[in-house]
Design a protein around this ligand. Structure first.
Ligand code: GLU
Ligand code: MG
Length: 469
């Protein structure tokens, strides 16, 4: 779920003083990448999927299934083959990355698929192999499940080993910090979102009323005040809405699983067209893959994870959310960092200016810098829209970067704009071309279903004679 840099992560009180610097250099890095690589062409269609797994431990004796927090114990072993192969410029069939939750795991094919039908047939085989490979590193009673949300997350006896909720990063009433990946980026991200916002995140999902659900439903498990943290009072002071399932921690959203697909286009124009063509498909595919009807053990009146994640990382200040007049914040922002895209990017005849009919919030100064550097209006608006956000995790040792060779500051902001689609420039100095990541789909329980879903949004006809390389 983003850049995994190493170093000393800064507390929000320090990080915020470096936000302008990260933005300024991030933009310079983007400008350099753009001008170095805008004419790159003839890249072949390469693509790959990312599947997120939750490791579940089954306690057959007591008929319980719990999230197992052991993934980081065996992840280095799971990655070893890939690391060794990379040293000899070889590839392996499966690749593994950590994710937000200590019970989560992300698996991809070891090298990208190509654009042939033959390669489509490799997908299900590779997904099955991934499950078998991960399983070899797990205990007999553990399994990698592709559930979108774990129904009992944050409710009762759901963790192996158990931990009480009293962590300083999230300050949650329900989720211990022990569910968060121990890499410094993740607890810092969790804490800095809370600090920047000025309160805990408040996720409210309408509850499903069946005949036994009280009306109004007031969650009986919310304590008035545990006295552990000042934030404990928030829930009963209005953050928890009646008739809603209330959740108060980033883990409720980022602890969900999904299926993402990244496509390499033949050139930048094709990538921009692909981005636009996939935009209307992203909510459709979210609805078709909907797989998250239960949160904190309660049946919801929705069936997708999307709004849960959007609310779980909503770091906007009260001023940015329009709750208070603008004073220290720079913009009123109508969406969370995790949300749908706000503008189209194509330059070819399929795009009409009236399609960009949303009131786009963007940083006018950054827009002007991009325009002054010969970046067209649509792309300049797209990037200056992403750059209305602050960098949330800054590593002290990585503040000074060489903008000619690094994309670190650009990626810091780009990869914490978790939108339905991501337009991805080539990393400097790599073989990789211009890419688009399709991010809305929920995880399906079987590999067969996941493959079917992936075929459905196949972009093999995205080519346009106007923009062929
Ligand atoms: N787990 C997140 C989701 O369910 C995605 C994180 C990522 O961007 O990899 O959408
Ligand atoms: Mg991921």
């Amino acid at each position: 779920m983003g850049l995994l840099s190493l170093g000393t992560p800064l507390h929000w009180n320090d990080a915020k003083n470096h936000a302008d610097k990260v933005r300024k250099h991030g933009i310079q890095q983007f400008i350099n990448i753009y001008h170095n690589l805008k004419d790159r062409k003839n890249d072949v269609l390469l693509w790959g999927d990312e599947v997120e797994y939750m490791m579940v431990a089954f306690d057959h004796e007591n008929e319980k299934a719990r999230l197992s927090l052991r993934v980081h114990e065996f992840l280095p072993g799971l990655q070893e083959e890939e690391i060794e192969a990379a040293k000899r410029s070889l590839t392996v069939p499966t690749a593994w990355r950590p994710e937000y939750g200590r019970y989560m795991l992300e698996g991809t094919p070891g090298s990208p698929y190509e654009g042939s039908v033959h390669d489509l047939l490799k997908v299900e085989r590779n997904m099955k192999l991934r499950r078998q490979t991960a399983r070899k590193h797990m205990r007999e009673n553990e399994a990698p499940l592709t559930l979108t949300s774990f129904p009992k997350l944050g409710s009762g006896d759901f963790l192996e080993p158990p931990h009480p909720a009293k962590g300083d990063a999230s300050r949650s009433l329900f989720l211990p910090d022990e569910i968060i990946n121990p890499h410094a980026r993740f607890p810092t991200l969790t804490a800095n979102i809370r600090r920047r916002r000025g309160s805990k995140v408040a996720i409210n999902i309408p509850i499903y009323h069946d005949k036994n659900t009280p009306k109004p439903f007031i969650d009986p498990s919310i304590p008035a005040d545990r006295g552990l943290f000042p934030e404990d009072k928030e829930a009963s002071a209005g953050a928890a809405l009646p008739d809603h399932i209330y959740m108060d921690s980033m883990g409720f959203g980022m602890g969900c699983n999904c299926l993402q697909i990244t496509f390499q286009a033949s050139n930048i124009l094709e990538a921009r067209r692909l981005y636009d063509q996939l935009a209307p498909l992203s909510p459709i595919m979210l609805a078709l893959t909907a797989a998250a009807p239960i949160f904190r053990g309660l049946l919801a009146d929705i069936d997708c994870r999307w709004t849960v994640i959007a609310q779980s990382v909503d770091d906007r200040t009260p001023q940015e959310r329009g709750k208070e007049p603008l004073k220290d914040s720079r913009f009123v922002i109508n969406k969370s960092r995790y949300d749908s895209i706000d503008s189209y990017l194509s330059l070819d005849s399929s795009f009409k200016p009236e399609y960009n009919d949303l009131d786009l919030v963007y940083d006018k100064e950054i827009y002007q810098t991009l325009r002054d550097n010969n970046i067209d209006d649509l792309l300049a608006k797209h990037v200056s829209h992403l750059f209305i956000r602050d960098p949330l995790v800054i590593f002290e040792e990585l503040l000074e970067q060489d903008d000619d060779v690094s994309s670190d500051h650009f990626e810091n902001i780009q990869s914490t704009n978790w939108q339905t689609l991501r337009f991805k420039p080539p990393p400097p100095g790599s073989q990789i071309g211009w890419r688009v990541e399709f991010r809305s789909m929920e995880a399906q329980i079987t590999d067969f279903e996941k493959c079917g879903i992936r075929y459905f949004c196949c972009p093999f006809d995205a080519g346009n004679p106007d923009i062929q390389s």
